[in-house]
Design a protein. Structure first.
Length: 423
């Protein structure tokens, strides 16, 4: 179909896209295999827990006896192969869920070890590395240690073992995805290596994985590799593009219970917390998640190849193994980063008329430009693109509810990069 005039894409760009798609199409079969395996896992758990329409009903007040909420916890626990899970709309974002997981494993005088280098920007604030916010881990008297990655961006297991052998270390934070760092995402196998290194020298330390962007990218999850907790956002992978907000924590029951006390209040934990609008979108989103993640990965691989053909540096490269959703494109100049983000916004289904500008986002040290023409505000499982306005001016693309829409959106952004009409 020739949609070059209707969608503002030149015939030359369509020809380049056809070449890119021809190159990447063989890789899609593996994505489909992973999606099918994860869909089978989710379906099996849904059937086992007898998911039914009454579980979708809304509750009010304290939320005691919320069947949908409590069953969803059990479903998440089994899908992630964990003892327990806490799935709540009350988590305002992934950082909130991850911080609650970290607080579950520490007390004043303990030490948190970051095993994969400096944590993601917003988590730095929660830990107390930036901002000095009251209520941060360090404000409560929790110490901090860090094991940096190797020059290749891989976990330094020797450094992790040395740091984790300190008996004061009770929590070890592992960031699966790259965040705004120039390093590869971790595979579940690599996370397992970290877990083994920590538990060998400090059996009592809890390994806590920031699982954002990684759920359902592989056929196993960090808990299966030895992690004690995993946490993330419902408006990323596990929400399947349908969850309106929220987050989850899954893992050891005692730690999940402690994270619930952090989310609400000691003595209440997960017993309270109603779901006024019901849980249907959370169930349906989890059901859709494996397929949606595969669509997002298709979009990322196509993006990598298209941008490489245009002369830009990408990570991962189009033919590299994928363990999370994030695709980076290095532009080297602020105006090119801004132009790409504006192209993504212009091709989005929502707020396509908006023009992204860099601004001071809460929790970030640099101005950030963000394109997110999404049905759910800021949902990273929908196609979005952002980046800090600092060298080398890298765009971080994630999500894509459908490959077709992701491809079209990328063509518009690519056209704008070339100076074409993508408005």
């Amino acid at each position: 179909m020739d949609f070059s005039d209707a969608f503002g894409v030149s015939k030359e760009m369509l020809e380049l896209a056809e070449r890119a798609e021809k190159d990447v199409s063989p890789r899609f079969a593996e994505l489909d295999r992973v999606s099918e395996a994860n869909t089978a896992k989710v379906l099996d758990v849904f059937r086992k827990h007898r998911v039914s329409a009454p579980m979708f009903a809304g509750t009010n007040g304290y939320g005691y006896g919320d069947l949908g909420r409590d069953t969803l916890d059990e479903v998440y626990a089994e899908v992630f192969r964990a003892e327990a899970a806490l799935v709540r709309l009350g988590f305002v974002n992934g950082t909130h869920a991850i911080a609650s997981a970290l607080f579950a494993a520490v007390k004043p005088g303990d030490v948190l070890l970051a095993a994969t280098g400096l944590p993601y920007d917003t988590l730095q604030s929660a830990i107390g590395l930036t901002g000095g916010h009251p209520g941060s881990l360090r404000w409560y008297g929790v110490g901090y240690a860090q094991a940096d990655l190797t020059p290749e961006g891989k976990p330094d297991l020797a450094a992790i073992r040395a740091a984790a052998s300190d008996p004061r270390v009770t929590a070890v934070e592992v960031q699966r995805s790259r965040g705004y760092a120039a390093r590869p995402a971790l595979s579940v196998s690599e996370i397992g290596d970290i877990c083994g290194a920590v538990h060998a020298v400090n059996p009592g330390a809890a390994v806590i994985v920031d699982n954002c962007y990684g759920e359902f990218a592989e056929t196993s999850e960090p808990i299966e590799a030895g992690a004690d907790l995993a946490a993330g956002s419902l408006i990323k992978n596990p929400g399947g593009g349908l969850a309106p907000t929220g987050g989850y924590v899954a893992g050891r029951r005692d730690l999940v219970d402690a994270a619930a006390m952090r989310l609400t209040v000691p003595g209440i934990g997960g017993e309270c917390g109603c779901t006024p609008t019901g849980s249907r979108l959370l169930y349906q989103g989890l059901f859709m998640a494996p397929h949606t993640v595969a669509q997002a990965l298709r979009t990322a691989i196509f993006c990598a190849r298209l941008m490489e053909l245009m002369g830009y540096k990408t990570s991962p490269a189009w033919d590299e193994r994928r363990t999370d959703l994030i695709q980076t494109v290095e532009f080297g100049a602020p105006e090119l980063l801004a132009r790409f983000c504006r192209g993504i916004q212009a091709g989005s289904p929502v707020d396509a008329f908006a023009v992204p500008e860099a601004w001071d986002m809460p929790g970030y040290e640099d101005k950030v430009i963000m394109a997110a023409g999404t049905f759910v505000q800021g949902a990273s499982i929908e196609l979005s693109c952002d980046g800090p306005m600092r060298p080398p001016y890298t765009a971080y693309l994630q999500g894509g509810l459908t490959y077709e829409s992701g491809k079209l959106c990328l063509l518009r952004a690519a056209e704008l990069l070339r100076g074409g009409n993508a408005g």
